[in-house]
Design a protein around this ligand. Structure first.
Ligand code: ZN
Length: 223
């Protein structure tokens, strides 16, 4: 009620085109939604070299230096706008529904942030993506299914090799995940995939813990 009243005097505008949002629109106008750069030919699996084959790897949007995906992720990560991540991920979930993925994934596990980053940001931007996918596809979200180890020295002072080694070893499966879950279908959820190193590391951590059926779902993919 209060929000409605406020919006009469201070209408929200689209975070992409700045046009005034109309009733039932939030964050992004319908015109901009219809123009989202969807990833039609995702070659996500080729980016990944995990210990076992990935069941399914899918990414919703193309991420480029100056496109609207970058803008959306900027709002999600740096402007505390978790709602836009949820909203766009519902569209991703809807698309996956049409590919027959209803109730096909048992658990959605978001890629965890580095503990220091989580403290400064206050939230993990992958959580809202996982929750929206679960909302559309069924299954459960396990927010702490993976944990990220903390490396103390500054990343910028390290050699490329050391950074690679640390990324490779920085995740582990939560030891509290039950042994009865090992044959379940797990989807690792991330905001954007660039080199694939982070996702590979997460997948390998789950595989080391005994999981065998792993998929990867990311909101965006760098082209
Ligand atoms: Zn717009």
């Amino acid at each position: 009620m209060l929000h409605n009243l406020i919006s009469i005097f201070f209408p929200d505008s689209c975070i992409l085109c700045d046009n005034t949002l109309i009733r039932n629109e939030s964050n992004i106008c319908l015109t901009c939604i219809s123009k989202l750069p969807q990833n039609e030919n995702s070659n996500l699996k080729e980016k990944l070299s995990c210990l076992v084959p990935i069941q399914l790897a899918s990414s919703f949007l193309k991420y480029e230096k100056y496109n609207s995906t970058r803008n959306i992720l900027h709002h999600l990560k740096y402007k505390k706008n978790q709602e836009v991540g949820y909203q766009i991920s519902l569209l991703f979930g809807q698309k996956l529904l049409t590919k027959g993925l209803k109730n096909k994934i048992d658990y959605f596990i978001p890629v965890p942030l580095h503990p220091k980053k989580l403290t400064s940001r206050g939230y993990n931007q992958c959580d809202s993506i996982a929750k929206a996918l679960q909302e559309k596809l069924g299954g459960k979200v396990i927010l702490d299914g993976l944990t990220r180890k903390s490396f103390e020295a500054s990343q910028t002072k390290k050699s490329k090799w050391n950074r690679w080694i640390e990324t490779k070893n920085s995740f582990q499966a939560n030891p509290n995940l039950g042994i009865n879950m090992l044959d379940k279908h797990i989807a690792i959820v991330d905001d954007v995939i660039t080199t694939g190193a982070t996702i590979e590391s997460c997948a390998n951590a789950l595989i080391t813990a005994g999981f065998r059926k792993i998929s990867v779902l990311t909101l965006a993919c760098a082209t």
